[in-house]
Design a protein. Structure first.
Length: 286
């Protein structure tokens, strides 16, 4: 399976953990991700580590992308991670999240229809960053994607991250992929902010592979919710949710001052919620 086939399924609104074990695979993925964004009129920012900025530019040029024009126009920026992330120091989630918010705001102000971010996360190795901090950063970053204006690809080299750590990091993303993914791969979970009523619409599945991302999205939603009305979560297009997902929904219902109202809840999820507590969010909202 070639990287381009899978990368083409990553759209605005997606936050994907891209795992690989070869620099050329990572370069193929970043190149395709960037080239697609430029073709669609998006702003593209690539934070490199294993590959140099020049290697990425050369790869794009070989694919027919006029990088000089894109760089001069400010549509394309390729820079070493050391210039953006606090390389050599422990990752602190909030400052990095604030920096990403600033990038999103700047791209919107510049009039781009979308922003694509690709980041080689190998810089955290040896920085003193804890697994908890890394997972918290990735999980909280999900709130940047629900408006459908940003696409993110976080590259993780399986040779640098032990399997147990990589599983934890992947669970902080709604979706995980790589060159080995099946031809029919699509992001396991996609989330969209709704405005009428305010809330979230969920499409896909929630299981242990993306549970932390899901929980973080719900936690962010309950924090932002008005005190006088329930949080609305449309689960009509959620084809599967495990007990962990149901537990996250029940926890959000407890934490939100107005509770949680589920729309389109399927019988299986309703039963799970009923097992977890008396008066689940669906029943309570009527």
């Amino acid at each position: 399976m070639t990287a381009p086939t899978v990368v083409d399924q990553v759209n605005l609104g997606d936050h994907v953990c891209w795992t690989h074990d070869d620099e050329s695979e990572a370069l193929d993925a970043v190149g395709r991700f960037a080239a697609t964004g430029l073709r669609l009129g998006h702003k593209v920012i690539c934070f490199t580590n294993a590959s140099t900025p020049q290697a990425v530019r050369t790869h794009l040029e070989a694919a027919g992308v006029p990088t000089e024009t894109a760089v001069a126009a400010g549509q394309l920026r390729i820079q070493p991670a050391v210039e953006h992330y606090p390389t050599g120091r422990r990752l602190v989630p909030q400052p990095l999240l604030a920096a990403l918010v600033e990038e999103v705001t700047r791209a919107q102000r510049e009039g781009y229809s979308g922003l694509r971010l690709a980041g080689d996360m190998a810089w955290v190795v040896g920085s003193g960053t804890t697994l908890d901090d890394l997972c918290r950063y990735e999980a909280h970053a999900n709130r940047l994607f629900v408006d459908g204006q940003v696409a993110g690809m976080c590259l993780y080299d399986r040779r640098l991250f032990p399997a147990e750590q990589l599983r934890a990091v992947a669970a902080a993303h709604p979706a995980t992929a790589g060159p080995q993914a099946d031809r029919n791969w699509t992001p396991l979970l996609r989330t969209y902010r709704t405005t009428d009523p305010p809330g979230l619409r969920l499409v896909g599945q929630v299981d242990r592979s993306n549970r932390e991302a899901f929980a973080a999205l719900l936690a962010g939603l309950t924090r932002e919710a008005p005190a006088d009305r329930p949080v609305v979560v449309d689960v009509s297009e959620l084809s599967f949710a495990d007990v962990g997902a149901a537990a996250a929904l029940a926890r959000a219902d407890r934490d939100a001052s107005g509770g949680v109202r589920l729309v389109g809840c399927r019988p299986a999820l309703r039963r799970l919620l009923g097992l977890l507590r008396d008066g689940d969010p669906v029943e309570r909202a009527g």
